[in-house]
Design a protein around this ligand. Structure first.
Ligand code: UGA
Length: 468
C-alpha cells in the first residue's frame, strides 16, 4: 500500500520505518527542512535501538522515502498524522501542527485516502479533522478519518511495533477498518521477518480492537494516564515505606503478583518524565474539565510527580548537609534508559536545582549528553561514569541504564572522595552496594537489608528486587 507518514519524530519515523519493513511503500515527511536533509542523507536524528538499520535497509530497498508533506501526500492511500502535540500553557494539547497537516492534505492529496491520527490528541479531534478536511478538500479528493493510537515506548519502540499487545483503531466505516487491517496484516498474523530477534518464533497474535474514533482517542489518553497514576501511587507508597521503615520493593512485589494489579510500572523513583506522560496527564485533566467531569484524581497524580524532584534533592541535602560547593556526580540524564530523549526528564530539573544551590556537578549519560548540553551548557559532561564520579562526594543515579549494573565497584570506591550512592531508581540491592563500601541511599526501602549482618540468611533474589 502507498502510505504517507506526516512527522518524522520518535513516533513518525519509527512508524514509517516499520511500515516499510513489512512491505509498504512509505513516504515520510517533515516540515523541518534541516531534519529532512539529515534523513535524506541517510542519518537518523535521534537514538532509538534498531531504528537506524531499519531506515538504512528500507531506504536502500526504495520502500522508504523522505519528502516534504506536500509531495508525500500526493498519491497516498493512507496518511498517518504523527506530528507533535506539545502542551500549551494551560495544559491543553497544541493541535496547530495537526491542523497544518490537515490543510496540506486537503490541498495536495488526491482520490480516496484514509487519514489516520496517530499523534496523541484529545477526544473529538477526529471530528475536527474531518470538518477541516471537508472544508478545504480540493476537487476529486475523498478523505475518511480514523484513529490509531500508538503505544510505542521510547527505547523499545521497534519491538513494540512488531510485537504489540493490541492494535487499536477507531473508524467510521467497515472499509476503513478493512484498509487498516491490511496495513497491519503482517503484524496481526505475526508473519514478518523479525528485524530484532534473530530466531523470533513469536506466535502471540496481538488483539485487534475496533472502536469508534472517540473511544479510540480516549483509549490512548486513559492508558497513559492510568500508567502515570500507577507510578505516582507507588511513589506515595515509597514515601510511606520510608516513613515507617518498610520496603517498597517488597510491597510492590506483593501487590504486583495480583493479576488485577500487575507488576509493571510499580517502580518508584524520581518521577515520570518524557514527552508523553507529563503532557498527556495534563491534557487529560483539561479534556475532562472541558467536558464537565471532575477528574481531580489526575491532578493529584501530576502534583505527586512534580514533587519528586524536590523530594530527591532533599534526600541529597539530608546526606550532604549543605549543597553549595559539593562535588556531585549525576549518572543518567535521559528520561529513561535506551533513549537520548531529555524532554521533561527529571534529570534536567534535578541538575538545575543542584547548580542553583552551588553544587559542582559532573554528569554522565550513555546517549543523552548532547541533548542535555543544549539545555544546560554550564554542567560538566563526562565521557564515562568513572570520570563523572572522580573526587565526588555523592553519586546520584537518575536513569537506570544497564551499563551502571556492571559497574566495577572497587574501581569506583577508589576514585570517589566519599563513597555515597544515592539511587533515584532503586537499581541496586542495598546489601551489594554496602558490601562494596558505599553508603547506599535509595527510594522507599527501609533499613531491613542494609542493617542485616553479612552472613544473615536473605530471602531469594526475586523477593529482594523491585517488580520489573
Ligand atoms: C509511554 C507509554 O508507555 C507508551 O505506551 C506510549 O505509547 C508512549 O508513552 C507515548 O504516549 O508515546 P514512554 O514515554 O516512552 O512511553 O516511556 P515509559 O516506559 O512509559 O516511561 C515513562 C516514564 O515513567 C519514564 O520517565 C520512566 O522512568 C517512568 N517510570 C516508568 C517510572 O518512574 N516507574 C515505572 O515503574 C515505570
Amino acid at each position: 500500500m502507498k502510505i504517507s507518514v506526516a512527522g518524522a519524530g520518535y513516533v513518525g519515523l519509527t512508524t514509517a520505518a516499520c511500515l516499510a519493513e513489512i512491505g509498504h511503500t512509505v513516504r515520510c515527511a517533515d516540515n523541518d527542512a534541516a531534519k529532512l536533509a539529515v534523513l535524506q542523507a541517510g542519518k537518523v536524528p535521534f537514538f532509538e535501538p534498531h531504528l537506524e538499520e531499519l531506515v538504512t535497509r528500507n531506504t536502500k530497498a526504495g520502500r522508504l522515502l523522505f519528502d516534504t508533506t506536500e509531495n508525500a501526500v500526493i498519491d497516498a492511500e493512507a496518511i498517518f498524522i504523527c506530528v507533535g502535540t506539545p502542551p500549551l500553557d494551560n495544559g491543553e494539547a497544541d493541535l496547530a501542527a495537526v491542523a497544518n497537516v490537515a490543510r496540506t492534505i486537503s490541498q495536495y492529496a488526491s482520490g480516496n485516502c484514509l487519514v489516520i491520527e496517530k499523534s496523541t490528541v484529545p477526544v473529538q479531534t477526529g471530528q475536527q479533522l474531518k470538518r477541516q478536511l471537508q472544508l478545504y478538500a480540493r476537487k476529486g479528493l475523498h478523505c475518511e478519518i480514523a484513529s490509531n493510537p500508538e503505544f510505542l515506548r521510547e527505547g523499545s519502540a521497534i519491538n513494540d511495533f512488531f510485537h504489540p499487545d493490541r492494535i487499536v483503531i477507531g473508524v467510521e466505516s467497515e472499509e476503513a477498518a478493512a484498509q487498516l487491517r491490511e496495513v497491519y496484516r503482517p503484524v496481526l498474523d505475526q508473519t514478518f521477518r523479525c528485524p530484532i530477534h534473530a530466531n523470533c518464533v513469536s506466535t502471540r497474535k496481538p488483539a485487534w480492537i475496533v472502536t469508534d474514533t472517540k473511544s479510540s482517542e480516549l483509549i490512548k489518553h486513559a492508558s497513559n494516564s492510568f500508567l502515570a497514576m500507577k507510578i505516582s501511587f507507588i511513589n506515595m507508597v515509597a514515601d510511606l515505606c520510608e516513613a515507617v521503615g518498610a520496603d517498597v520493593s517488597q510491597v510492590a512485589l506483593g501487590m504486583g503478583l495480583d493479576p488485577r494489579i500487575g507488576a509493571a510500572f510499580l517502580n518508584p523513583g524520581v518521577g515520570f518524565g518524557g514527552f508523553c506522560f507529563p503532557k498527556d496527564v495534563q491534557a487529560f485533566v483539561r479534556i475532562a474539565e472541558k467536558a464537565g467531569c471532575d477528574f481531580s484524581l489526575m491532578k493529584e497524580v501530576e502534583k505527586i510527580n512534580k514533587r519528586r524532584v524536590a523530594y530527591f534533592v532533599e534526600k541529597v541535602r539530608k546526606e550532604l548537609w549543605v549543597l553549595r560547593g559539593r562535588r556531585i556526580a549525576v549518572w543518567g540524564l535521559a528520561f529513561k534508559p535506551n533513549t537520548d530523549d531529555v524532554r521533561f526528564a527529571p534529570s534536567i530539573e534535578i541538575l538545575k536545582a543542584l547548580t542553583r544551590e552551588g553544587s559542582v556537578v559532573s554528569a554522565y549519560d550513555p546517549a543523552a549528553t548532547e541533548k542535555a548540553r543544549a539545555i544546560l551548557p554550564e554542567v560538566n559532561y563526562c565521557a564515562t561514569p568513572y570520570e563523572a564520579a572522580r573526587d565526588s562526594e555523592a553519586i546520584l543515579i537518575i536513569t537506570e541504564w544497564d551499563e551502571f549494573r556492571s559497574i566495577e565497584w572497587a574501581r569506583l570506591r577508589s576514585i570517589v572522595s566519599r563513597p555515597l550512592l544515592i539511587d533515584g531508581r532503586n537499581m541496586f540491592d542495598p546489601k551489594e552496594a554496602t558490601r562494596h563500601g558505599f553508603h547506599y541511599v535509595s527510594i522507599g526501602r527501609g533499613s531491613f537489608f542494609s542493617t542485616l549482618p553479612e552472613d544473615a540468611p536473605v530471602p531469594p533474589r526475586e523477593f529482594r528486587t523491585a517488580a520489573k
